[in-house]
Write a protein that binds this ligand. Structure first.
Ligand code: NAD
Length: 421
């Protein structure tokens, strides 16, 4: 189980200096000296100024790496950008347990996105719908004429669906254009096609086209990941049972499911941001999919196998790209893709889903046993020390003292700081 013969399994990674960690990643992912230097540089102002409007500067977040991941037999180091403590450690720990039984196994659909075109004001909605289907070939051709590159890569508009919806404004048609977006997230590609179809659809339906935009409920672009978590490493079969009791609440109660899924997104968003992808699109798709049967529920499922080990599964839509958007503009997004060693958007989606499952497993395991506060304590204490005004070594000293005293409070941090100084 290796990536070019290199293993992502490493103990005590967190104890290494930043330089040693960077060196490990450089070795694992064959980074050049120039790529290595990127870790400590900020986004160039010229690039930032071309990414969004009214730029004033850049905003930094920590970039870490989750270790120990084996996915479909291949070792991965997973770059994660997040402001939340414990997330990277929890993912690495879950991956360590999962690799005992072979790591994560995934499945992925084709990268199909849905574009929506809304048509109103038709005299006869049923016959308009029929006319659209009668002109399916011409519609797909017109859509594909917008993106020769995508078509040459084997992607492009592949299918049409026509839905008739009742609304307070009367009946309307929503055309779904199904587009294979290959290695792109696909929003621009799909939106361009949808806009190009508007006039033609108005002509054949005698209606008025209003919205022309992709749907973030990307339920044709589904990724599944599965892993078996060793009962002994979890702390025994009674822990597996406690885990399943905790999980049950997320499966039946939206109040818990929202928090449960937020824990999944802790991992997913961190990798989505690291690779320059659109985390709002991923969030919207995930939560809409979680409510697809009319009731919001967990994106993961768990059961115990005949050995008493825990089997975890995740299923969600993942519209991720390795071309287009910010993926190619942001140098660190490119660096993160190199660290991952991924070759396609589908491979990235499979890593994203595995990370989401790992993150969820770690959170529910902690919640079922010690609670999550213990794991958060060290970094939380350091945050409080910084808030109290501590600098450099003072931060570690104050954090250690507060943990020992089991009193992690801003006023206590200030007292200790005064004492030290
Ligand atoms: P894009 O248009 O920048 O890149 C996609 C294009 O790259 C394709 O159309 C194709 O012509 C070309 N291409 C080259 N090589 C390719 C390959 N191997 N596979 C696929 N295409 C290839 O980007 P996009 O992915 O269409 O759009 C993503 C952007 O759209 C993101 O920045 C996202 O934030 C934004 N966006 C999102 C929404 C939404 O989610 N609702 C709406 C509008 C815009």
């Amino acid at each position: 189980m290796s990536n070019n013969g290199k293993s992502s399994k490493v103990s005590g990674f967190y104890k290494l200096s930043v330089e040693k960690r960077v060196e490990f990643v450089r070795n694992f992912s064959d980074l050049t000296e120039e790529e290595k230097r990127l870790f400590s540089t900020c986004l160039d102002m010229d690039i930032a100024d071309r990414m969004i409007e009214n730029v004033l500067g850049t905003f930094e977040l920590p970039l870490g790496v989750a270790v120990n991941f084996v996915i479909n037999g291949k070792d991965y180091l997973i770059p994660m950008v997040t402001e939340e403590s414990s997330v990277v450690a929890a993912a690495s720990n879950a991956a360590k347990i999962a690799r005992i039984k072979g790591g994560f196994k995934t499945e992925c659909s084709n990268p199909l996105m849905i574009g929506q075109i809304q048509i109103l004001n038709m005299d006869d909605v049923a016959s308009a719908a029929q006319k659209i289907m009668d002109h399916k070939r011409e519609i797909l051709q017109l859509a594909n004429a917008q993106d020769k590159i995508l078509v040459d890569l084997g992607g492009g508009a592949k299918d049409l669906e026509v839905r008739i919806l009742d609304s307070p404004l009367g009946k309307m048609i929503v055309v779904h254009l199904i587009v294979d977006v290959r290695d792109a997230m696909g929003a621009n590609a799909v939106n361009t096609m949808c806009e190009a179809l508007a006039t033609y659809l108005e002509e054949i339906t005698n209606g008025k086209v209003r919205l022309k935009i992709l749907s973030n409920l990307a339920d044709r672009r589904i990724v599944k990941a599965k892993a078996v978590f060793d009962k002994e490493k979890m702390g025994g079969e009674h822990v597996v049972d406690a885990f399943l009791e905790s999980y049950m609440l997320a499966s039946i109660d939206p109040y818990r499911a929202a928090t449960h899924n937020k824990g999944i997104m802790n991992g997913i968003d961190a990798l989505i941001i690291a690779t320059g992808n659109d985390f709002r699109a991923i969030e919207a798709g995930a939560h809409a999919y979680a409510a697809r049967n009319g009731k919001y529920t967990s994106l993961t499922r768990y059961h115990k196998d005949k050995n008493g080990d825990l089997v975890g599964e995740i299923e969600l839509p993942l519209a991720v790209g390795i071309v287009g958007g910010a993926a190619n503009m942001h140098p660190k997004a490119k660096l993160c893709r190199k660290i991952l060693g991924i070759k396609t958007a589908q491979e990235l989606a499979e890593v994203v889903a595995s990370l989401g499952l790992a993150q969820n497993f770690a959170a529910v395991l902690a919640l079922s046993t010690t609670g999550i506060q213990k794991g958060h304590m060290s970094l939380h204490a350091k945050n409080i020390a910084v808030m109290a005004g501590a600098k450099g070594e003072e931060i570690d000293k104050i954090a250690e003292r507060m943990i020992k005293e089991k009193k992690i409070k801003l006023d206590r941090a200030k007292e200790i700081l005064e004492g030290i100084r």
